[in-house]
Design a protein around this ligand. Sequence first.
Ligand SMILES: [Zn+2]
Length: 400
Amino acid sequence: MELVGKVNNYDWGKLGTQSEAAKLAALNSSEFKADEKTPYSELWMGDHPSGPSVIKSSQVELGKFIADNNGNGLIGDLDKLPFLFKVLSIRKALSIQVHPDKKNAERLNAERPDVYRDPNHKPEIAIALTPFDALCGFRTNEEIEKICTRLPPLSELLGSENVKLLSTGAKGLRTCFEKLMTSPENLTNACIDAIATKYTSVLQEMGLLESFNKIKRDFPGDSGILALFFVNLIRLQPGEAIFLAANEIHAYLEGDCVECMSCSDNVVRAGLTPKYKDVACLIEMLNFEGTPPEMKLFKPTQIDECLERFAPPIKDFAVDKLSIPSSLKEYNLKLDKYGGIMLVLNGERQLVFSDGKELNVQRGSIIFIPGNIGENLTLKVKEGKADNFQGYIAKYNSYL
Ligand SMILES: [Zn+2]
């Protein structure tokens, strides 16, 4: 079943045809035309009420179609898709955020439904499509201490007594981060200005100048700029991934990625945003264990010569990456009873389902694969059109 995805235009999106989300959307639907001055931030694939995909042939919303056919095994024994699948194209940094675990999500939703509208948790995985910069997880205490030594305005802001506490582990880190997030704006601004004017060569040596300038440009005067010195800066190459578990501090800075997450809207923001910041709540739930950046990369499992699987330690989703070389005329994909959503990023193939049905797909195609169509799906090269095929499939994580 071919789907039409939903594009949105948040201000942080890449403009016009620079946006991978817009490029794919234009190939996905002939009705979509990118305007070069408009930001295209995300392409949503799924049944989330805020941006439901529709079935191309009938224009029926996917969620409605699944609900109406409940019991037919379209998504196994589930009653709605547990994940939301997206392409993100980021020009301007996204807010520093954390997603609550299920228990906290339920509590926040019960206490303040106006701000926290969703009782579900929201772990997420981001797989880079282009070089992709993100902040992810706290740096080790040693590293933050080192940065403070090299940037006196930062240690001054935090207070040397607090900086000393960094050697005591997670509690010291919490004290320093809380101090940063609760310092008055005039002090954080003075700190940012002092670093920007007197310490550019130090930032350059630490490999942080470019990102510091970018965040400062995107969010002038936001204390979240200084979070760069607390949180790991990670540059993903295409195909590399990070997994954001509950309570993990993160922010996406720039680039294009596919993202899959539990179907939820649950975000607690801490900076780099004009939206509501809930610092007390954030401090309460954050994971203050510092880790080196290389430990933040989430590695896939190689299933066969063409298939890599990103299967995080939660049930809601897994993402398969399919890379079929032009030399392989036929590839047999094993399906399970939960089906999934496939996004084609490159190449063209004839899909042949177990029931004999066929479908031609190419870059920009979004396919809902029902869970009740048998165990095999064959991807065949089209006559005279041998090319490298690449696609991602979001699915229920039945592998745990
Ligand atoms: Zn997030």
